[in-house]
Design a binder for this molecule. Structure first.
Ligand code: ARG
Length: 599
């Protein structure tokens, strides 16, 4: 279904033409003075130059053409040349009816669907998921769902960090603890055990212990410093051996991946985040050698102090963009190399129109280099867009990166647990929901608190994770949106109990200003969804549903729906409620959470 703004613009275009002005000036926007009008057109001001006339005169000529319009109740020219527009109630009602009859709620599917890959999540194997990974998962998931809602083909890839030093560290530590395992015996040629030699909790302890052994305190003795260096040396060697295909290490690595991935999947399921591909840095390895070879042959990569580099600076650069390092002097591949090889793989397997990376904004320079190098060396052609969506840091109330009460890194699991407990407490305290149900409800509302708390901020900005504020039932929060939906559901079910059938309810014209305002806001859903996706801005959907909830609640507070005696009027309100509920539920599904039946 067409956007209401476009429909209105068609009408003003006609008026411009009839009055003898170019239709290109006729664009209508939502009014920024809602006290005066609903929509406005500022084209008369822009047309002043071309027609050498006072804007107010142009505006008057145009509104003269719109006096008996079927769309506008009022079309006024006001100084210095604005055209203020107010829609006819019946026009808005008609749009509402069509929207309600449309399973897509008037959201148009893309005419030219794109294949878009989203690289998000980005957890590192064997390290616990922490809050830093939370934002990537939440924002990426929402953008994926937005794209699909608009009819694009979107492929989400978790892009595991599964190839780095952490693997060598774990292998080194395990070799110390369990030297008898066959993985460390280079002469072993038999089958390795199917069972992993560790559990996830052991794994999560092994990595930080090993990592700790490579560091030492400021006042460390010489012996301690030497021991740490030797340990790190071993871990680097183990990493290189693994990457060069040492059989026992590969087998051990596979165990680490399996144990880690099944734990990651559990955590992501809890967040209702779902990846199509569970590829990792390791999957890109086979593409590195041929890629490097080609970069050399084509003359892009050259040696500089032993390392292999590609220049990516450009004339217009404000700040220095260092060359892209492809291979270190010892021949080792780097993060950039892996990311480039991953693009090679993605182009080969999916030939996407766009690859979007949802990663911490502190990695921006890495992506500038990677993208430029990919383009320069022809890994991507001009038809494939590479986009970096860098997000800010999630801070605690002290304005510093979010930590546990003890000052450690907050694990995602614990954060979710804290929120759910707080939600449970509030729900049990406020309402008479049965306990078992309350636990499940607390999880649903808790998820809305976390996700909405994040998504309602512009992604690139840092934000403060404030448990008290995010879990509040009032204000711009997830629980408030859910509360509004639950309120509507409860009215609808009471209407059904009274024998009414919401599916048959017919909408009639708005009976009050608050009701018309609600309708007008509903009518913008398609425009908001499309715009939010173009800008990759879930916060715009949040702002929209927050205002929608406010508009609904204002209407609700001044309207006695269930006690209404005029059945036709009552049915109309029920239809409006049901449409509001559908839009809210559709929008939160795109954001990545859902509403319970009761709260
Ligand atoms: N694993 C990385 C990290 O934790 C994030 C990966 C982002 N994606 C990418 N293609 N580089 O920092």
């Amino acid at each position: 279904m067409k956007k209401i703004l476009d429909l209105i613009t068609e009408v003003t275009e006609e008026a411009f033409e009839k009055a003898g002005y170019d239709a290109k000036y006729a664009r209508v926007t939502v009014s920024n003075r809602p006290d005066l009008c609903e929509y406005q057109c500022n084209g008369a001001m822009a047309a002043k130059k071309e027609y050498k006339k006072a804007p107010i005169q142009i505006a008057q000529d145009i509104v003269a053409q719109m006096q008996d319009s079927a769309v506008f109740e009022k079309a006024e020219a006001v100084m210095p040349g604005f055209i203020n527009l107010t829609l006819k109630k019946e026009y808005v009602t008609e749009y509402m009816k069509q929207m309600a009859a449309d399973a897509d709620l008037a959201v148009e599917k893309a005419e030219d669907p794109q294949t878009i890959m989203i690289d998000y999540g980005g957890p590192n194997v064997a390290k616990p998921l922490h809050v830093g990974h939370l934002r990537s998962a939440i924002i990426g998931e929402s953008i994926k769902r937005m794209g699909r809602r608009l009819g694009h083909k979107v492929i989400g890839d978790v892009h595991l960090g599964d190839w780095g030093l952490q693997m060598g560290l774990i292998i080194t530590e395990l070799a110390l603890r369990k030297p008898e395992l066959p993985y460390f015996d280079e002469s072993f040629t038999g089958e390795y055990p199917e069972e992993a030699p560790f559990t996830i909790s052991e794994l999560e302890e092994i990595y930080p212990t090993a990592s700790g052994k490579t560091k030492c305190a400021k006042d460390a003795s010489e012996e301690e410093i030497a021991a740490a260096a030797a340990y790190k040396e071993q871990a680097l060697k183990a990493t290189a051996d693994l990457q060069n295909g040492r059989r026992g290490y590969r087998a051990l690595w596979q165990h680490i991946i399996n144990v880690s991935v099944s734990d990651l999947k559990k955590n992501y399921r809890r967040l209702d985040v779902d990846f199509d591909l569970w590829n990792g840095e390791s999957d890109a390895q086979p593409y590195i050698a041929p890629m490097v070879q080609k970069m050399k042959e084509d003359g892009y990569a050259y040696e500089d102090q032993g390392a292999l580099i590609v220049d990516v600076k450009e004339e217009k650069d404000q700040k220095e963009v260092p060359p892209c390092m492809i291979l270190k002097s010892d021949g080792a591949a780097l993060y950039t190399t892996t990311d480039l090889a991953t693009i090679v793989e993605r182009m080969q397997d999916y030939h996407p129109d766009e690859i979007l990376y949802v990663v911490d904004k502190r990695q921006e320079m890495h992506f500038i280099q990677t993208f430029r190098c990919a383009r320069k060396t022809g890994i991507v052609d001009e038809n494939t867009k590479l986009t970096f969506l860098g997000f800010g840091t999630m801070n605690g109330k002290d304005g510093k990166p979010f930590k546990t009460r003890e000052g450690g890194v907050m694990r995602l699991e614990n954060l979710i647990k804290d929120i759910n407990e707080e939600m449970f407490r509030k729900i049990v305290e406020n309402r008479s929901v049965k306990d078992k149900e309350a636990e499940h409800t607390a999880e649903m509302v808790g998820l809305s608190a976390i996700k909405y708390g994040d998504l309602s901020n512009q992604a690139s900005k840092d934000y403060i994770f404030d448990v008290d504020r995010f879990t509040s039932f009032e204000g711009n929060t997830g629980p408030y949106i859910l509360y509004t939906i639950v309120r509507i559901k409860s009215i609808l079910s009471r209407y059904a109990e009274q024998g009414g059938n919401a599916a048959e309810a017919e909408m009639i014209d708005a009976a009050s200003d608050a009701e018309k305002k609600l309708m007008l806001h509903l009518s913008r859903y398609n425009e908001i969804m499309a715009g939010a996706f173009v800008e990759k801005a879930p916060h715009k959907i949040c702002a929209y549903i927050y205002e929608l909830s406010n508009n609904f609640n204002s209407f609700y507070h001044e309207t006695r729906i269930l006690a209404e005696e005029n059945k036709e009027q009552q049915a109309s309100w029920i239809a409006l409620l049901d449409l509001t509920r559908r839009v809210l539920e559709d929008a939160i599904a795109v954001l990545g959470f859902a509403a319970p039946e009761r709260m």
